[in-house]
Design a protein around this ligand. Structure first.
Ligand code: DX5
Ligand code: ZN
Length: 214
């Protein structure tokens, strides 16, 4: 399957967000990962649809919007209108079937994310309707945390279930991804890799993305 690299702008300089996004686009990114946190579903607040809308005309990369919010149903239309290409909702936020149907109806690709404590089987009922499954490899809320190696078994379980059903669903991992941890996830069946601090913290972002891809 195609490997895709999705830099997380959470680790960028928010005072220069447009330039930061263009910098990873020029460095060879495939997607732009946008972390939306509401201070309720997770203990941190980041950004909302108005900022995504401002970024849209400046960046060509598809927008991979990761909603870590308590009421995704209420805000999905705003993010679709703002230019999201892919919208990920957390299974733990609830109303999963309704969210997926709404995202699809707006012409956006739906994805579902699992927190570390949520078992792989929880996403199985939705698999056939999803473009992507996100297996969190840290507790959502903050960048720069340590990769949870035990999540690789969950990646493997989701990949096996997709294979069993003949689905070529993307499996994304997010949290603590580096050139050292990425291969563990790839071996288990992940093919879309979010990286925040590893890319934005690098002196040479193109080299960092190339190292992940290698
Ligand atoms: C965490 C976010 C991640 C975060 C990853 O809740 O979903 O996207 O930005 O950051 P790193 O790559 O630094 O772990
Ligand atoms: Zn994320």
């Amino acid at each position: 399957m195609d490997i895709k690299i999705s830099p997380s702008i959470l680790a960028s300089d928010f005072s220069r967000l447009g330039e930061e996004a263009v910098s990873v686009q020029d460095a060879g990114a495939d997607l732009l990962h946008i972390d939306v946190m509401d201070g309720h579903f997770v203990p941190n607040i980041t950004l909302g649809a108005p900022i995504v809308k401002c970024l849209r005309p400046r960046v060509r990369l598809p927008f991979d919007v990761h909603l870590m919010i308590s009421d995704p149903l209420k805000y999905i239309p705003d993010f679709a209108k703002a230019g999201a290409d892919l919208i990920t909702v957390h299974l733990e936020s609830g109303s999963t079937a309704e969210c997926i149907a709404l995202i699809k109806s707006l012409g956006v690709t739906p994805a579902v994310a699992l927190k570390p404590a949520t078992p792989a089987e929880a996403v199985f009922p939705y698999l056939q309707d999803l473009g992507m499954v996100l297996v969190m490899t840290v507790e959502p809320g903050f960048g720069g945390q340590k990769f949870m190696a035990d999540q690789t078994e969950k990646i493997r379980a989701v990949r096996n279930e997709c294979a069993k059903r003949g689905l070529e669903t993307d499996i994304q991992v997010d949290g603590g991804i580096t050139a050292e941890t990425l291969p563990l996830c790839a071996e288990a069946g992940a093919n879309v890799f979010v990286a925040g601090s590893y890319i934005f913290g690098a002196a040479d972002r193109a080299a960092a993305i190339a190292a992940l891809r290698a």
